[in-house]
Ligand binder design. Structure first.
Ligand code: IMP
Ligand code: MG
Length: 224
């Protein structure tokens, strides 16, 4: 059985019902390596730069539909939820997610930067662009691309909580194993992935590769 079908790794303790239903474990072995005759980067002008496709575009879209249905089932309210997209990484995800949601939603954008190297964050966060409006009394859903250490998200959660929202939920497309080290209750997760550095579908390395429609593994020669 491919680990794409294996579901959540149960070793970390019993997951909540929604996590059990939603998250899919993707192992390095699931990656589709670049065959000599096929270079997934070349269709997008990144010839020879990607080592593998980790999550194909169709698999991402199917998961986003599943996440959107689960979120909608929990948010049948009078006021539409306010989706807060964390720029820039979550931009592809939020646009597909909002369109897959079978209920109305509203959009807000926030840009944060965590000091650190190109491939790891430090937890010291700075707001580059704040929300345009008050979120007092609103039901907020933070839409994140990836949780790595979880430091950025736990900072953001504390920051938004001081603004008096009615509730804050988090939907993250990807999560790395390190994320379990930080106490952040992420209700909706798309895929649990290995610690490898991934790019595409909004995720960058030095601002490149965000435009790819799939999540791929960057060739080691590109960053080592
Ligand atoms: P954290 O604070 O360590 O959880 O890192 C969060 C941010 O780091 C994410 O929102 C991404 O922007 C970035 N990041 C973490 N892992 C990756 C990766 O594998 N590829 C690209 N960006 C990443
Ligand atoms: Mg991000």
């Amino acid at each position: 059985m491919s680990s794409l079908d294996a579901g959540l790794d149960e070793s970390a303790g019993p997951p909540s019902v929604s996590k059990r239903l939603l998250t899919t474990l993707v192992a390095s072995a699931d990656a589709i390596p670049v065959a000599p005759t096929w270079d997934p980067g070349s269709e997008h002008g990144y010839d020879g730069e990607l080592a593998a496709v980790l999550i194909p575009a169709g698999t991402l879209q199917a998961k986003i539909t599943e996440l959107a249905r689960a979120v909608a089932a929990d948010h049948q309210l009078d006021t539409p939820p306010l989706l807060i997209c964390v720029l820039k990484g979550a931009v592809m995800f939020v646009t597909d997610f909002a369109r897959a949601l079978p209920i109305p939603s509203e959009l807000e954008f926030m840009a944060v930067s965590s000091y650190g190297s190109a491939t790891s964050s430090s937890g010291v966060v700075r707001i580059l662009k704040d929300l345009d409006r008050d979120i007092t009394g609103r039901r907020v859903i933070i839409v994140e691309d990836i949780i790595d250490s979880g430091l950025t998200l736990s900072w953001l959660l504390k920051n938004l909580a001081t603004r008096g929202p009615a509730a804050i939920d988090i939907v993250a497309l990807l999560r790395k194993p390190e994320a379990v080290k930080v106490e952040v209750d992420v209700r909706y997760v798309g895929f649990d992935i290995p610690t490898d550095f991934v790019v595409g579908y909004g995720l960058d390395y030095n601002e490149r590769y965000r435009d790819l429609p799939f999540v791929g593994l960057l060739g080691e020669h590109m960053y080592r």
